[in-house]
Design a protein around this ligand. Structure first.
Ligand SMILES: [Zn+2]
Length: 303
């Protein structure tokens, strides 16, 4: 193979990834769920599959080579994501035990048993997905608006990374899972959703992985409804005005509707000029790093 051929193949692969990676991944994971919509194992298998694909794409076609992390850092992040994903599942179990019966009773008593169970499953899937994202949009916006909510949720830990990659989808403070899990849980139980809830969770985790990935991808058409990497990385900016935008981690439509959408390439991610240590990230609900630029109440007023 000549050098010209190799360059042409590389160009083709870049173009294919740019236009196809996000839509193809979404189609694959939704199809996997649709083949057996009640199979809970699909959720964890999808996380592994999506992370492997995005990890490969980041390594060979990274948008910002300076954001590639060392093997040691990657192993640490994988270990953290495994532990934190287990925490998220434990929080889901807790909510199930605490809220399931009361919300069931409320739904029945006020006649909210209106979920269209007989509609096509794919329609139900997108209904749950966009409704859950609407709740998350306001919760996430509250985290960035009020310092008390920012601290209580430990959201600063998630923003403290100077280098972003697909694994950052699961690098949140353990206490934040009480916030992250809540929207889909409320939608599921308030309306008695059923099978489509698992599909929506799978779509959400895929979208949040793509949104954090260090890859260049197309934002036209797909970016009208769904969050793309460029949009979410803008939210991770170390500049307050850029950070207080694009609150939808999976669906961008609510930012477009509520006036917080921004399409901009940022210079620097993080909570400030330096990245806190792992221990400092863990302590962020109690002690904010001195050089933070995006925590609410520490600089100009946010949106
Ligand atoms: Zn945020």
């Amino acid at each position: 193979m000549t050098q010209t051929d190799a360059a042409a193949i590389e160009r083709f692969l870049h173009q294919a990834l740019f236009y196809c990676l996000q839509p193809v991944l979404l189609v694959i994971v939704i199809s996997c769920w649709y083949l057996d919509p009640t199979r809970e194992e699909t959720y964890l298998l999808v996380i592994i599959f999506v992370q492997l694909v995005l990890g490969f794409a980041e390594q060979y076609f990274s948008a910002r080579p300076a954001w590639l992390i060392s093997t040691k850092e990657k192993i640490r992040n994988v270990a953290l994501v495994v532990v934190l994903t287990m925490s998220a599942l434990a929080v889901t179990e807790l909510y199930q035990a605490w809220l399931s019966s009361p919300l069931d009773a409320v739904r029945v008593s006020i006649g909210l048993d209106i979920w269209p169970q007989d509609w096509p499953l794919l329609v139900q899937l997108f209904m749950v997905f966009f409704l859950s994202e609407l709740l998350w949009y306001w919760m996430h916006r509250a985290e960035h608006r009020w310092n008390l909510v920012w601290r209580l949720s430990g959201h600063g830990s998630h923003h403290s990374f100077k280098k972003l990659g697909a694994l950052n989808f699961g690098l949140n403070h353990p206490v934040e899972y009480f916030f992250i899990v809540l929207p889909s849980f409320l939608v599921e139980l308030t309306f008695g959703v059923g099978t489509a809830a698992l599909g929506a969770a799978i779509l959400t985790v895929t979208q949040t992985s793509i949104a954090h990935a260090n890859i260049v991808s197309n934002t036209r058409l797909i970016g009208l409804l769904f969050t793309t990497g460029k949009y979410h990385i803008c939210h991770h900016s170390a500049v307050l005005k850029e950070s207080n935008t694009n609150y939808g981690c999976s669906a961008i439509i609510w930012d477009r509707l509520f006036g917080t959408f921004l399409d901009k390439t940022i210079d620097e991610a993080g909570t400030g000029p330096t990245e806190p240590t792992l221990w400092e990230k863990f302590l962020m609900p109690f002690k904010e790093p001195g050089d933070t630029t995006i925590a609410p109440g520490t600089s100009e007023v946010g949106i």
